[in-house]
Design a protein around this ligand. Structure first.
Ligand SMILES: *Cc1c(COP(=O)(O)O)cnc(C)c1O
Length: 370
């Protein structure tokens, strides 16, 4: 059997790409706010139901600029249960990451833990909608309002998610997306920031283009983080297929849930009430009464050519640049520590055959007596 990876990028049919390439060759406008860049910003703002979108060359640079655009200083409270880029962007901005624990079910930052981590130096919260499951957006906003903090959501996993019919990108001061090849909406490499005012959009647009405001004026220490025209085309084509992408992912997630139900010691995530999910990932958690430990099952799946991923292990708080901080101590992060030791993300992507899903589930069930 061929290798089955945790994800496979959705690619639009090649014949849909060709006319756009011709157009780019005719325009000779490859980057710097080209026509496809402008079109994608508008279409994404409409699709995601937000006022403004600014496109980026990747999600990490978008996070970097989001923190700069809000002029964040001092300490930022964030989660250790995420991809390293989240807190790396704090270090790149000379900010101090302070880790707070996550909720034991979905693994999102816990508002109460956030509140307990606040000091006079805290200026912002950087939560992640892990696996695309919405954070407690109301709880976090209450904490932020009470203590006058900004919220920047790392929404890298959350493209297309809605909470009570409202786009998840409407929450917080800014939301940052990744369109990396491994994400459910991809532009090869890419990213975006959703924001609420024209003033903020302009500031972000300047910062992603070296700080240029016009031909000779430079506001602030900008960087080069612009999306190119080819990536913008990929976004436009992907958007046309996005309904079908979501539908296929939904079908696969339902099959996993049906197959894995009743396996003792194995926990998976149910849909949240009032949420339109994107099924970006399908994590399972091996609890004490599952007969194998996580790494053993991970290896057994690999032996059968099923390459799951241990997202998110190791925790960021275990890494060299982070581990000596007081908030990184395991006793401060018991739920995150537990999830990191239990999780495997199973393959999920639009073209994954349901027979493969059944095969994966059979391997997982074969070690138990159900
Ligand atoms: C992928 C990802 C990023 C980084 O995005 P890139 O586009 O790869 O730079 C940031 N945060 C999270 C949670 C991610 O999963």
């Amino acid at each position: 059997m061929e290798k089955i990876l945790v994800t496979q990028p959705f690619l639009p049919p090649l014949e849909e790409v060709e006319p756009y390439l011709k157009q780019i060759w005719e325009n000779k406008w490859l980057t710097n706010k080209g026509p496809f860049h402008q079109e994608l910003e508008q279409k994404l703002a409409d699709y995601l139901d937000v006022e403004y979108i600014s496109l980026f060359s990747n999600g990490t640079l978008a996070l970097l600029i989001a923190l700069k655009a809000l002029n964040i200083k001092g300490e930022v409270i964030t989660t250790p249960y995420t991809f390293v880029a989240t807190s790396h962007t704090l270090l790149w901005n000379n900010l101090t990451p302070v880790f707070a624990d996550v909720d034991p079910v979905y693994g999102n930052l816990d508002p109460e833990a956030v509140e307990n981590a606040i000091t006079p130096n805290t200026t912002a919260i950087l939560p992640v909608h892990v696996y695309g499951n919405p954070c407690d957006v109301k709880g976090l906003q209450e904490v932020a309002d009470k203590h006058n903090l900004k919220i920047i959501y790392d929404a890298a996993h959350a493209f297309g998610v809605k909470v009570n019919e409202k786009s998840i990108m409407q929450y917080g001061d800014l939301s940052v997306m990744s369109f990396h090849a491994t994400k459910l909406f991809n532009t090869f490499e890419g990213g975006a920031i959703a924001c609420h005012t024209e003033e903020m959009k302009t500031k972000i647009d300047h910062l992603k283009n070296f700080g240029f405001d016009g031909e000779t004026t430079i506001i602030g220490t900008g960087i080069n983080a612009k999306m190119n025209e080819f990536s913008a085309v990929m976004g436009l084509l992907q958007l046309n297929h996005f309904k079908e992408i979501l539908h296929k992912r939904q079908t696969i997630a339902e099959r996993y849930r049906k197959n894995l139900k009743g396996i003792s010691g194995l926990r998976f995530l149910y849909e949240m009430a009032g949420v339109d999910h994107n099924n970006a990932y399908f994590p399972v958690f091996l609890e004490k009464n599952y007969p194998l430990d996580r790494d053993t099952l991970y290896q057994k799946l690999k032996d059968q050519n099923i390459y799951g991923r241990r997202y998110f292990y190791p925790l960021i708080s275990w890494l060299d640049s982070y581990q000596n901080r007081p908030s990184s101590h395991a006793s401060n992060l018991p739920e995150a520590e537990k999830l990191a030791s239990q999780v495997i993300c199973l393959p999920i992507y639009p073209d994954l055959d349901l027979e493969i899903v059944d095969f994966v589930c059979d391997i997982i069930a074969s070690h138990t007596n159900r």
